[in-house]
Design a binder for this molecule. Structure first.
Ligand code: NDP
Length: 483
């Protein structure tokens, strides 16, 4: 049976205690191999490697760091087919999606931050009243921890690692135990790109063991975490009293506000994607759809048949729109939410598991639409993170804003309208870190990325990420004047 290994100090190694976890293929439900069940001993070993590498890496000229990251980006891009296939099989997502989005974006994360670090500058403040000049150094933090989820495995793993490395830190990173394969492959590319041993260390294992060991390590200076809100709260409870820097990118329950004056055809096409892309397992999916009452029936009459046409199948099959959800337990969680339709709303389509003849043990869920009459129900308040959306009508702009904001989360929101004034009014009033108007998942890596309320603390992306992974130190020098 295939076994993945930890990547520590530039070498692939077995877990110290020799314990392993099974890794499953969502499309078939079969065990595909094993991964290290690492613990605090493996994290300590990874930390030691990262600590030894820090002095040299933090003093490495920016041009050299940049060149290595750009090379890493090239190597990932060159192995697109292999990586995309591995990602699709490990996660359950359609191969086409991994080929078009996941792997190209993982490559562009390294390319973006490889370039961004060459443009990253700090500030100077001259004070004429005291004949002094201040300048602010931006120094790397030291050894940092990066912990990522399973929905966009290599993409989100690299989204953290790339800025951390670019800024001169060394890293102990843990991918989700549920989707470890492409993260494990990354070590090989790091060596080929010339990343010195110990600069990036990848430890596999369960969150409460390997992940927790990273969070509670006394000398790991910062934690960049993406995952669920409950996990984020647990991490904050451990890390905050240790005064670690924390970036928490957490869950979402994002509203999709559709006004009667929108471009209906474009909205419909994009709403299918924002509802069901990656089986609805993108933190930015618009899982709560609100439609202005004038077009509510028209929307339902167009949306439901389009949802019913979506093809669900194994990752490597061509022509599929949705693959399998990531695990058996996640499928069961999604189905338990679908069952709430009976008491909280009306099931318009889907709601059930799909048993494919060719893969009867795979984790397939039919794309599901549930009509609700209130935001005060579990289907509207709790993150499901699957191919499930609720729909509900609204009358006025004010009502739409109130419904959208009536949720503990605040990651992203989508607004469909042709009225520029409304688009600005509504965008300003929405409680979200990211608002898209007449578009969705339109990403520019320079922009701040993150949420408000229970969706997190801090921002990733662009210089925000480089600021997070550096410590500002102000130096003030007084000079003598000739007068
Ligand atoms: P989890 O919170 O379960 O896990 C995220 C990562 O944290 C995994 O690597 C997990 O390890 C690890 N982990 C779990 N417990 C601990 C712990 N006590 N200490 C340290 N690490 C721990 O999230 P999921 O993987 O289920 O991902 C889905 C969630 O991620 C959704 O809520 C989604 O909204 C959110 N998300 C947010 C994004 C954003 O940018 N805001 C983007 C993408 C997803 P393991 O899996 O091995 O147990």
């Amino acid at each position: 049976m295939d076994r993945l290994q930890n990547f520590i100090n530039g070498e692939y190694v077995d877990p110290i205690d020799g314990k392993w976890l099974d890794n499953y293929t969502p499309s078939t439900g079969e065990v595909s191999g094993q991964i290290p069940a690492s613990n605090d001993k493996d994290v300590a070993k990874a930390y030691d490697a990262a600590k030894s590498a820090f002095e040299s890496w933090s003093q490495t000229p920016i041009e050299t760091r940049s060149r290595i990251l750009l090379k890493l980006a090239d190597l990932i891009a060159a192995d697109l087919d292999t990586l995309a296939k591995a990602e699709a099989l490990d996660n359950g997502k359609p191969l086409a999606l991994a080929t078009k989005v996941d792997i190209p974006r993982a490559s562009s994360n390294f390319r973006f931050f490889g370039n961004a670090i060459t443009q990253f500058a700090s500030e100077a403040h001259e004070n004429l009243a005291s004949d002094s000049i201040n300048f602010t150094l931006r120094q790397p933090l030291g050894v940092v921890g990066c912990i990522s989820p399973w929905n966009l495995p290599l993409y989100l793993f690299s989204w953290k690692i790339a800025p951390a490395l670019a800024a001169g830190n060394t890293v102990v990173a843990k991918p989700s135990e549920i989707t470890p394969v492409t993260a494990a492959m990354l070590g090989k590319y790091c060596n080929e790109a010339g990343l010195p041993p110990g600069v990036l260390n990848i430890v596999h294992g369960k969150g409460p063991e390997a992940g927790q060991a990273i969070v509670e390590h006394a000398n790991i200076k910062a934690i960049s975490f993406t995952g669920g809100t409950t996990t984020g709260a647990a991490i904050a409870r451990t890390a905050a009293p240790m005064f670690k820097k924390l970036s928490l990118e957490l869950g979402g329950k994002n509203p999709n506000l559709i006004f009667a004056d929108c471009d209906f055809d474009k909205m419909l096409q994009v709403t299918l994607k924002s509802s069901f892309a990656n089986q609805g397992q993108i933190c930015l999916c618009g899982s709560r759809i609100f439609v202005q009452e004038e077009i509510y029936e028209r929307f339902k009459a167009a949306f439901i048949p389009a949802v019913e046409k979506l093809k669900v199948g194994p990752s490597l099959n061509s022509g599929i729109d949705l693959g399998a959800v990531v695990s058996k337990s996640h499928m069961e969680k999604i189905l338990s939410y679908n069952a709430l339709a009976a008491s909280e709303g009306k099931l318009l389509t889907g709601g059930h598991q799909i048993k494919l003849e060719e893969a009867p043990e795979g984790y397939y869920v039919a794309p599901t639409v549930i009509e609700v009459a209130t935001t005060q129900c579990r289907l509207q308040q709790e993150e499901i993170f699957g191919p499930v959306v609720t729909i509900m009508p609204f009358k006025t702009e004010e009502e739409a804003i109130a419904l959208a904001n009536d949720v503990p989360y605040g990651l992203s929101a989508t607004v469909w309208t042709s009225n520029i004034d409304r688009s600005l009014r509504v965008s300003k009033a929405l409680e979200a870190g990211i608002v898209w108007v007449n578009t969705w998942l339109n990403r520019d890596l320079r922009t701040p990325f993150g949420g408000v309320k229970a969706s997190g603390v801090g921002r990733e992306g662009g210089f925000e990420a480089l600021r997070f992974f550096t410590e500002p130190k102000n130096i003030c020098i007084q000079y003598k004047t000739n007068t």
